[in-house]
Design a protein around this ligand. Structure first.
Ligand code: UTP
Length: 269
């Protein structure tokens, strides 16, 4: 199913990456030879987006300046080949108050094209096969969220899916998610990560979702509520995910990217 619109929420404060994020958007920090947000934009374009909606705030307008100036490369063609993408529109939406990821998505309501909507969290970098394209190839209806297996010790750091059926082609039927379950209480070993394909009905649900954890409107709360009306699917993507919202993950992503670039150079020489 074509995903015509992809939303990239990038208005968050980035407190885990202080002090750099006092003055620099975390989405503009380097991942070896690239800038973090390049990965999200390329993934969106590679998944077939016609319109990419980037959510920023007035203190993160440098993202707009940056994306206005770069020639984007397609990941599959190797690093930095600089092929231009014509016909893909980049639209900016300003989130004036940081009321959470769910609120950031709700702010995009009037800018999306008809049909299901992709969401890429730019600090969750997935290297390898294009995760959103893999999801789009399997998406049929309802809401789909990327999932990856985690150890029992790590489960408390993630939203963990409540599995409700048997997997088919990497698609796992789920009935919702439990946010950061206490040790020993995780309902499965599959954690949600930052890729979504959402039915546009999510906007109505978000408009009525009360603030949850941290006083923020949580996208995962809205998806769990919506799951009472439409199917929810966790999708086991095949790439490797790096949480670039913290220092360890950002460094790990840079090292992985360095290895990819060096491999690419070796095949060219
Ligand atoms: P995070 O919680 O990972 O980002 O939100 P954050 O708030 O920037 O991080 P910390 O915890 O302060 O370090 C997930 C995604 O949602 C976006 C963020 O930019 C990130 O891509 N987001 C979050 C918004 O766009 N608006 C918000 O109000 C909150």
């Amino acid at each position: 199913m074509p995903i015509r619109t992809v939303i990239i929420p990038a208005a968050g404060r980035g407190t885990r990456l202080m002090p750099a994020t006092k003055v620099t958007a975390k989405e503009l920090l380097p991942v070896f030879d690239r800038v973090a947000i390049d990965f999200a934009v390329e993934e969106a374009i590679g998944a077939g987006a016609e319109r990419v909606v980037v959510v920023i705030s007035t203190s993160k307008t440098a993202i707009r300046s940056y994306l206005g100036h770069v020639a984007l490369a397609v990941s599959g063609d190797g690093p930095r080949i600089g092929r231009q993408h014509e016909g893909v529109e980049i639209v900016y939406v300003y989130q004036d108050r940081m009321l959470g990821l769910g609120h950031a998505i709700l702010c995009c309501r009037d800018t999306v094209l008809p049909g299901a909507i992709g969401v890429i969290l730019p600090d969750d970098i997935i290297m390898g096969p294009n995760a959103l394209a893999e999801m789009a190839a399997r998406y049929r209806r309802g809401h789909m969220v990327a999932g990856m297996p985690v150890s029992a010790e790590d489960a408390a750091q993630y939203g963990i899916f409540r599995v409700s059926g048997l997997p088919v082609d990497n698609c796992i039927p789920v009935s919702g998610m439990v946010e950061k379950p206490a040790p020993g209480t995780a309902p499965s070993s599959i954690a949600a990560v930052g890729r979504y394909i959402l039915d546009p009905m999510i906007f109505d649900v978000l408009a009525h979702t009360p603030p949850g954890k941290g006083g923020e409107v949580q996208l995962t709360d809205a998806i769990s509520i919506a799951g009472l009306a439409v199917p929810l699917t966790a999708f086991r993507f095949s790439g490797s995910r790096y949480d670039c919202g913290n220092h360890d993950g950002l460094l790990a992503a840079a090292i992985a990217r360095q290895a990819e670039v060096h491999r690419h150079r070796a095949t060219q020489s």
